[in-house]
Design a protein around this ligand. Structure first.
Ligand SMILES: *Cc1c(COP(=O)(O)O)cnc(C)c1O
Length: 458
């Protein structure tokens, strides 16, 4: 008998979670103004809101925390992290920040001016927010295949080179500070970018003398997909692939809460000393001195260990197999999920799931709320609410996809929890034809509105 797959860890510490009743959940979600971010975590049974900072640290990470050096300047923890980053990514310079968006804030303050455009592959919401906050425009150049959730394509995160070329053909060069490539592409479904595509983007950027920046939150998951799917990489180690990926970028922003497997932290990796100097000024202003930048020494130590653990094949296989386990369960029940499955999450196609709910009534949000009431499972809307209004016309922007993302925290839940999640969603699926109306906005912020939006039933 062939031995089955099993997790590459055992559990040393547990945290109790509590089931609730449907009546409780109906009350709680009403009190939360139908915004899942407003729920208390103890009102949630299986929390798939995000895989950001919600993972379980290893015993080695916890022990590294005890060795944290909390010196203001020049802490040993800073040097440990610097060594780990240069070893894994190849970037000789780095700036710690308190999380990924802070890295964006610091680097974009250095690079982006009003009126510019930043092409890339489905910019993440905070990335787009930080571009638009500077009165610049994010231009999505993702391949069209990404918006067909049923199409089997190994690298749906890829940049469409014709679309990218078009940006260069229609804008003066001074207007394009850099290209940003998000690996894996969160917004289009946790889909990877191939090394071939990264190389082509690099070549195009070289032709115009423009920088390439990686939004690298899930770089290790991206490398795992390259190893499995890209011809010529099956025998290369994850770390070799990671090296090759980063060799094609001039700088990176990182949310360490993802593939750093820590609860808080981020950084910027840089190749140019001059850019490092310029960014250091903003880092000191916004984050903290350049050897801690919003992170405590113990957190930098845990991150240094986490970066090594995240780039081990066995870890990645365990993680991504669990995501696929949930994906297969839903797929087998006939539920429209994005295919192939992403690295960190399963994305449910809400337009196909709830075809009777009008687009103006926030279809994906409606589905996410139904799932919560059904089983106490918290996912998140990646759709019209998250897309924000157009900064110029102030009209709602309707993205090509309305998705409910079920993001799986790293090393946190068992496959029994995945079975529970699948059963909850299947129950909603079976009564989908009774769901005909959605929600309307009562209150919203001008930017990144999904975090605080207040809704009511239509
Ligand atoms: C999470 C994330 C960010 C922002 O990082 P935070 O740590 O949440 O501030 C940026 N880009 C991508 C692709 C992300 O997934």
């Amino acid at each position: 008998m062939e031995l089955p797959f099993a997790e590459n860890y055992k559990i040393k510490m547990v945290e109790n979670i509590r089931r609730s009743t449907r009546a409780e959940r109906e009350r709680w979600i009403r009190e939360a103004r139908y915004n899942l971010f407003n729920l208390r975590s103890d009102q949630v049974f299986v929390d798939l809101l995000t895989d950001s900072g919600t993972g379980a640290m290893s015993d080695r990470q916890w022990s590294a925390m005890m060795l944290g050096d909390e010196s203001y300047a020049g802490a040993s923890s800073y040097y440990k992290l610097k060594e780990a980053i240069s070893d894994i990514t190849g970037f000789p310079y780095f700036l710690p920040t308190h999380q990924g968006r802070a890295a964006e804030n610091v680097l974009f303050s250095t690079l982006i001016k009003a009126g510019q455009v930043v092409p890339g592959n489905a910019h993440f919401d905070t990335t787009k927010g930080h571009i638009e906050f500077r009165k610049a425009t994010a231009i999505d150049c993702t391949i069209d295949e990404a918006s067909d959730t049923t199409l089997d394509h190994p690298f749906k995160g890829n940049v469409d080179l014709n679309k990218l070329q078009h940006v260069f053909d229609t804008h003066p060069l001074e207007q394009i500070p850099f290209i940003i490539v998000t690996i894996t592409c969160n917004t289009s479904g946790g889909q990877p970018v191939s090394l071939e595509n990264m190389r082509q983007v690099r070549q195009l950027a070289n032709r115009y003398g423009v920088r390439v920046i990686f939004d690298a939150a899930r770089f290790a998951e991206n490398a795992y997909f390259i190893k499995l799917r890209e011809p010529g990489y099956a025998d290369r180690s994850i770390r070799e692939i990671v090296h090759e990926m980063f060799s094609l970028a001039d700088a990176m922003t990182m949310s360490s809460k993802k593939d750093g497997i820590v609860n808080m932290g981020g950084f910027i990796g840089l190749r140019e000393e001059e850019l490092f100097r310029q960014a250091s000024v903003y880092n000191i202003m916004f984050e903290g001195y350049i050897t801690y930048g919003g992170m405590s020494g113990r957190d930098m130590n845990a991150l240094a260990v986490g970066l090594y653990e995240a780039t081990e094949f066995d870890y990645l296989e365990t993680r991504i197999s669990q995501v696929a386990y949930l994906g297969r369960k839903l797929h087998e029940a006939g539920i429209p999920v994005q295919y192939p499955f992403g690295g960190h999450a399963i994305f449910v196609d809400a337009l196909k799931f709830l075809p009777l709910v009008p687009r103006e009534q926030f279809v994906a949000q409606t589905l996410a709320l139904e799932l919560y009431v059904e089983g106490g499972v918290r996912g998140v809307e990646i759709g019209t609410i998250m897309a924000d209004r157009d900064p110029v016309t102030r009209l709602n922007r309707y993205p090509s996809l309305e998705l409910v993302r079920l993001a799986i925290p790293r090393r946190t839940y068992t496959n029994n929890h995945m079975d529970y999640v699948a059963a909850s969603l299947i129950n909603v699926w079976q009564r989908r034809n009774e769901i005909r109306t959605g929600y309307r906005i009562v209150n919203e912020a001008p930017i990144l509105r999904h975090f605080t939006v207040e809704l009511d039933r239509v």
